[in-house]
Design a protein around this ligand. Structure first.
Ligand SMILES: Cc1cc2nc3c(=O)[nH]c(=O)nc-3n(C[C@H](O)[C@H](O)[C@H](O)COP(=O)(O)O)c2cc1C
Length: 167
């Protein structure tokens, strides 16, 4: 599907069926992240795919009790393994991991899988639940699975509001 069609169809999915995600599809989603661009091509990231039911339940608590985390058959936890400001002042770990997860979300959409970017989580609690090695910083979490809903598109600002074209 054309990228813009995928972008238009994607929604944050918050209700999932228990249908497992095929291993091949999970690998394709992870591959989209692996191929994402990163500052200086450093690829300082780890993509943790959590399938274990007990871990997903504990992860739900670390994600402010958001049910979809336990409900979806897989959760992806995107971690930065090196952080620090770039020349522009932005943190490279946050930026790199955000690009990687965005790519993964679009690949998931292409494969008929739902995702929902989660920023509401306690990073320390996530690290503890998953026993993440020292230095792995959780930047974002998403459930991954077959959605049981297709929400209406959320409103967006107009092009005039967001884009400035300087001729
Ligand atoms: C950085 C970020 C953090 C978010 N955190 C959460 C979250 O913790 N829980 C949640 O249900 N949705 C979360 N969302 C999803 C947004 O609410 C959602 O993307 C927005 O309402 C637009 O809806 P759409 O994704 O369906 O287009 C987050 C999205 C982003 C980009």
């Amino acid at each position: 599907m054309a990228i813009l069609d995928l972008i238009q169809e994607r929604r944050s999915v918050r209700t999932y069926s228990s249908q497992p995600v095929e291993e091949e599809k999970l690998q394709e989603v992870l591959e989209a992240g692996r191929l994402a661009p990163s500052a200086r091509n450093r690829q300082e990231w780890k993509f943790v795919a959590v399938k274990n039911e007990e871990l997903r339940s504990a992860l739900k608590e670390a994600c402010c009790g958001q049910n979809m985390v336990a409900q979806a058959p897989v959760d992806l936890v995107i971690c930065a393994t090196k952080c620090g400001p770039m020349n522009c002042g932005q943190d490279c770990g946050t930026v790199d991991c955000s690009i990687a997860l965005s790519f993964m979300m679009l690949q998931a959409q292409e494969l008929g899988l739902g995702t929902c970017w989660l920023g509401a989580f306690d990073a320390q609690a996530v690290s503890k639940v998953l026993s993440l090695p020292e230095g792995w910083v959780p930047v974002a979490v998403t459930p991954l699975g077959y959605g049981e809903e297709h929400p209406q598109a959320r409103p967006r600002k107009s092009m005039e509001d967001v884009a400035v074209i300087m001729e």
